[in-house]
Structures are given as C-alpha cells and as structure tokens.
Design a protein around this ligand. Structure first.
Ligand code: NCD
Length: 304
C-alpha cells in the first residue's frame, strides 16, 4: 500500500495506526528492543530539506532492526546529472523494501507510486500533502487531550502553501473536530481542501485575527510561512511575521489548551512559550518516531 494522501485512509485505519504507535513508544525511546523489521531496507529520498521527518523515519526503521539508504540532498546523486524521478525511483525500488519520498512537486509521491513495486510513503510533496505528519499530529492530539472529536482546533499561519495543514484539516474533519482557519487572506486554505472538509460535514470558520479566536481553542496549531514556495520575495515580505504566539496572547486561553507546530519554527512561536504547559511541539516531534514505526511495520508486513 502506498501512503500518498490522508484521504487514502479510513478512520478505522488511522485509529489502528495510532493504537500500534502507542505500543511502539518504549521501543522508540530505546527502553525496549525489537527486531520486527530485521532484514528490511528503507530507501529515503529527500529532494527538499528536512530534519524531523527524515531522521524520525530513519530512527523508526533502525529501532525496529531495519536499515536505511538514500540521500538527503539530490545534488550528491544522479539527479544532478539529469536523471528523472521515474528512473531514480525504479533504482531505489530495486535496492529497498519501502521508499520514503520528499519532493518539491505536488503529485510526486503519487507518480513515484506508479514506478515502484514496493510501497511509497509521501514525506511531503510540495504544497500538497504530508500524511505521516498528520498521523503524528493526530497521535499527539489524542494523547494530550484524550480525544479528537469535539476539539476546537485553531490552525494558524500559511494555510495556502503549508502541506501539513492540508492533510491535518482533512483528517480532523473526518473525526468531527471543530475547525477555525486563521491566515492573511492571501494565505487562506485553498478551496479544494475546504470543499473536501465540507463534504465531511464540517463547516470551518475563517478568520484573520488570532486574538479573536484563540480563547476558545482546545488546540492551537501554528505553522511557518512557507517562504520557499512564494513565487515573489516581495509577496513573502508582506506576510512574514504576520502571527506571533507569545505570553501576552496566552493570557486568556483555556488552561489546558495545547500548542502544536510541525516545526521548524521561525518567529511564529516565541521561545518564552516553550516553558509553559501549553507547549507540546517537542513532544509532538518525538511522536514522529513511534508513529512512523507503526506505519513502517504495517506497510512492510511486520505486523497486521
Ligand atoms: C513541515 C514540512 O516540511 O512540511 N515540516 C515537517 O515535516 N515537520 C513544515 C514546514 O516546513 O514548515
């Protein structure tokens, strides 16, 4: 099975992955050992920068006894000689059992899936989707708030180019969460995703003022303005630093409201917020390991 879009999953499948991920936590922490994926190889192809996604996939594979190969910089591979994505995928498919692909073009993972015999996992395709980030986001929300359904999730930042929020908001609509999208009008959630969310029976609120909506949030999901996706630097400058979560803003929020961020952050969450009970983004980043362990084990047939 390829993992390209969060739309590929049912609620039952997502819940099963999260349940398996919970059992993986002691192995992810290194407190228990596992050889579940011994002899298996992960091909890790990153055509765009990454810290958490790439390293947590590698950690997940190695904690389960598997191995990894690949590149984190296409310049060092035959991509620099002009090799097509299709040919690179065919090669790595022959050398590994599962391919994890991050690529600047939307649709790249779907395309790769056509050329690979083994499963392809989308680790971010341009401004498209980031389904494994969504799984770890859901895991974090479920763990920290004990539920997904019924939560009011306020998503703020770059909703146009941010792939994490495309997958996440679609998934949250499946689970029946209440959604509010906060962004400058030029960076609001694209219509295609709104339509999909509405088809699940959820009508998201749209706002450009974080102050107005943050008091009612159970989860505040903050994202970076995706500078690298702007066709024009002047356009980026207009919206850079549009939102900043700081201590002042947290004065009147719910006591148990949690703040999440896929990371990396630039200026949108003040480091002084890190020490508060609200901040969960570092736990969230760790959760990438057990969630990706669960996904790899299921995809590679290590477990049912
Ligand atoms: C995100 C991404 O690459 O989409 N990072 C991640 O995978 N945790 C978010 C971002 O780059 O802003």
């Amino acid at each position: 099975m390829d993992v390209v879009s969060i739309r590929d999953f049912s609620i039952e499948q997502i819940e099963h992955i999260l349940d398996v991920a919970e059992k993986m936590v002691p192995i992810a922490r290194g407190d228990e050992k596992s050889d579940l994926l011994e002899g298996k190889m992960l091909g890790s192809l990153f055509y765009e920068p990454s810290t958490r996604t790439r390293l947590s996939f590698e950690a997940a594979m190695m904690r389960l006894g598997g191995k990894t190969l690949g590149f984190d910089e296409p310049k060092g591979s035959s991509v620099a000689k002009g090799e097509t994505l299709a040919d690179t995928i065919r090669m790595v498919d022959a050398y590994s059992d599962v391919i994890v692909l991050r690529h600047p073009q939307e649709g790249a993972a779907r395309l790769a899936g056509h050329f690979a015999e083994n499963p392809v996992v989308n680790a971010g395709d341009g401004a498209g989707q980031h389904p494994t980030q969504t799984l770890l986001d859901l895991f974090t929300i479920r763990k920290e708030t004990k539920r997904i359904e019924g939560n009011h999730v306020v998503i703020v930042g770059d909703l146009k180019y941010g792939r994490t929020v495309h997958s996440l908001s679609e998934a949250l609509s499946m689970f029946g969460a209440k959604l509010t999208f906060v962004a400058p009008p030029s960076l609001q959630m694209p219509k295609e995703h709104i339509r999909h969310i509405e088809s699940r029976g959820i009508k998201p609120s749209i706002s450009s003022s974080l102050e107005e909506v943050v008091k009612d949030a159970d989860v505040l999901y903050v994202t970076r303005i995706q500078k690298e996706r702007f066709p024009d630097a002047a356009e980026y400058q207009k919206v850079a630093g549009a939102y900043k979560v700081n201590m002042e803003m947290l004065k009147d929020v719910k006591k148990d409201m949690i703040i999440m961020h896929p990371l990396p952050r630039v200026t949108e969450v003040d480091p002084e917020v890190d020490g508060t009970e609200h901040a969960k983004y570092f736990e969230q980043a760790f959760n990438g390991v057990p969630v990706r362990m669960a996904l790899l084990a299921l995809v590679l047939g290590g477990i049912q």
